[in-house]
Design a protein around this ligand. Structure first.
Ligand SMILES: [Mg+2]
Length: 144
C-alpha cells in the first residue's frame, strides 16, 4: 500500500500567490468585463493571491490604486474600457507611483496600444482569451 512518503510534495507546494514571508500578493483587477474580472479573480484566488479590489473603468481603477497605496503588489489593467481607458489609467498610476506593477490585458489586434503601454511602464501583457498557465506565468514575471 502506498503511504504519504510516496507523494512527498503533493500538498506541500507553496501557492504562487504567497510571498516568501507567507503573506499574500495583493492584486487590483481593472476591467469592464465582469466575465474577465471573474476569470482573473478565480485564477488568482485559487493560487493564494489576495484580490483586494475590482474596478470597471480606468478612473475607478486609478482611484482605488491611490486609496490602497502602498498596499498593492500588482494591477491587471484592461485596455479598452469606458470613461478612462487602460493606457491612460496606466499612465496616471505610473505618474503617481513610478514603481507600480501593472500588467495589461489586451484583446487581439491591439499591438500598438500594448507597445505604448510597455513604453509607459507596464511590466507585461496578456492577450485574451485568457489561459490560466499564461496568466500565472506573466503575473509572476511581473511581480518578482
Ligand atoms: Mg474591456
Amino acid at each position: 500500500m502506498k503511504n504519504k512518503q510516496d507523494f512527498p510534495n503533493i500538498n506541500e507546494r507553496t501557492p504562487e500567490g504567497q510571498k516568501p514571508d507567507g503573506s499574500k500578493y495583493r492584486v487590483l483587477i481593472v476591467d469592464d468585463s465582469m466575465f474577465v474580472t471573474k476569470q482573473i479573480s478565480q485564477i488568482l484566488t485559487s493560487e493564494g493571491f489576495d484580490v483586494i479590489g475590482t474596478a470597471s473603468d480606468g478612473q475607478e481603477g486609478l482611484d482605488m490604486y491611490k486609496e490602497q497605496y502602498p498596499n498593492v503588489d500588482l494591477v491587471t489593467m484592461d485596455i479598452t474600457m469606458p470613461k478612462m481607458d487602460g493606457v491612460t489609467a496606466l499612465e496616471k498610476i505610473i505618474e503617481f507611483d513610478k514603481d507600480a506593477s501593472v500588467i495589461m490585458i489586451s484583446a487581439l489586434g491591439k499591438q500598438d496600444l500594448v507597445k505604448k503601454s510597455l513604453l509607459i511602464g507596464a511590466k507585461n501583457y496578456i492577450v485574451k482569451p485568457l489561459d490560466r498557465a499564461k496568466v500565472l506565468e506573466r503575473i509572476l514575471m511581473s511581480i518578482k
